[in-house]
Design a protein around this ligand. Sequence first.
Ligand code: NAD
Ligand code: TYD
Length: 342
Amino acid sequence: MRGMRNILVTGGAGFIGSNFVHYMLEKYPDYRVVVLDKLTYAGNLDNLRDLEQEPRYHFVHGDICDIERVEQVMREYAIDTIVNFAAESHVDRSLMEPGAFIQTDVVGPDVLLESARKFGVERYHQVSTDEVYGEILEGRARETDRLHTRSPYSASKAGGDLMCLAYFTSFGVPVTITRGSNNIGPYQYPEKVVPLFITNAIDDIPLPVYGDGSQMRDYQYVLDHCEGIDVVLHRGQPGEIYNLGTGVEVCNLYMAQLILQLLGKPQSLIRFVADRPGHDRRYALDCSKIQSLGWRSRHTFEEALEKTVRWYVDNPWWWRKIKSGEHYRAYYARQYGSRLQE
Ligand code: NAD
Ligand code: TYD
């Protein structure tokens, strides 16, 4: 991909998006990055605070579903590449309020794709998830497998993916899709299991493990994921999907035990609580396709978790502000109040 200069990173104030913005600005001194973000509860300008003086970084407050705003940004910054991270991203919230997921995760990509088509971008990249394959009880999901979504979150993400493929086939928009496994690392909102468990453990609050904790996830370090997206942007083929993960799964109970061990906290903080409805037992990816582009995950789960734990220990300013806020406390009470009392 030659001539890539002006990248629109939608959802760049969220967890993975903000890590990607840092990664790209550091790696490519001739790239300009424009973030378009609605700043929902998950969007946080603290994630980008250190870039405020960076002339190659620009922030625009706006909704990806707002076509006029999107077109204004495309024009003003001469955008040639779109990387879409913007999403409602939490399964538990999708069980509470599915409508917001359909809007941002399906309508949002459609608006961006329409704009990509109109402005003739060099690449539209959709950041998707391994959850679109549904639970994989045996073996590993390949990019050609059928989608078997089971939560409103995964169904919405699958809708976004299919819209991307439709724009490639119908209108020739040069799209690529990555389907990443669970990410961990700095700036992850503490509703997702790893930062939730780490920050609860630091404060000696119980770790609510859903069901029996035997569900399996492939937890990858967020900068490995960012590097994989970079590889697909530069070396991936338009119209193609790439799975992106470590290819190694661990169960939730082991993850919780390791967090407590790393923090020197007692295992008695583990609390088994009522399971998530429709909880997918296992996600597992075959990553040979992206590996054939030369990408390899750099961190094992244990290395990624250790770095992540260290970051939350070192940065209480970042997560204490969130956890003490009205929005977070209301969410926590709704999601865990009765579970923890049972
Ligand atoms: P996040 O919830 O931390 O951040 C989402 C960001 O999108 C926030 O900054 C939010 O303000 C913004 N946003 C939401 N709705 C918007 C809208 N309508 N217009 C503009 N901005 C909007 O999410 P994340 O964990 O960083 O995930 C980023 C992407 O990666 C998502 O598409 C998600 O599906 C995908 N993904 C996440 C994981 C994971 O483990 N977190 C794994 C694989 C794929
Ligand atoms: P999560 O971080 O929500 O990611 P996803 O469901 O998208 O994979 O959850 C990861 C795993 O941890 C999943 O199997 C559900 C489980 N989990 C708990 O056991 N307790 C919790 O409080 C949360 C949020 C998740």
